[in-house]
Design a protein around this ligand. Structure first.
Ligand SMILES: [Zn+2]
Ligand SMILES: [Zn+2]
Ligand SMILES: [Zn+2]
Length: 129
């Protein structure tokens, strides 16, 4: 059954205004800031639904937190800033080829992969020393 509630629409449009990947908590406080009465559990569920249906990208941060973004559809990779959450969509033909080859080498078919690169963008380079 499809849950097409106002909460879900609110989460979808809030996600669309984000520059980069955000956690459910971040998006929740964002929505609260606009006067929404939405609950955190509802935000979690709506984000999960959107990700399942391919309307949002989800990934795990190095800290193990689930992050979401309204992304372009189709297979792609990300460069993500650990400072500000900025996300750049990248194509990685080398990775596609390598993944296909290494899977075939081991007799795997229908292999899928997730490759996201975390670092600091030029605006967020941590102070050295
Ligand atoms: Zn993406
Ligand atoms: Zn940054
Ligand atoms: Zn790929």
């Amino acid at each position: 059954m499809k849950r097409n509630t106002w909460q879900r629409e609110a989460v979808r449009s809030a996600l669309g205004t984000q520059m980069g990947f955000v956690s459910a908590q971040d998006l929740h406080s964002n929505l609260k800031g606009t006067g929404s009465q939405i609950g955190l559990a509802t935000v979690y569920r709506a984000l999960g639904d959107l990700a399942t249906e391919g309307e949002a990208d989800s990934l795990q941060s190095p800290e193990g937190e689930s992050l979401y973004r309204a992304c372009s559809t189709g297979h792609h990779h990300h460069l993500i800033c650990r400072g500000c959450g900025l996300a750049v969509e990248i194509e990685a033909d080398d990775v596609e080829q390598w993944a296909k080859n290494v899977a075939a080498l081991h007799g795997f078919s229908q292999a899928e992969h997730v490759v996201d690169v975390f670092g600091y963008c030029s605006a967020c380079v941590p102070a050295v020393g």
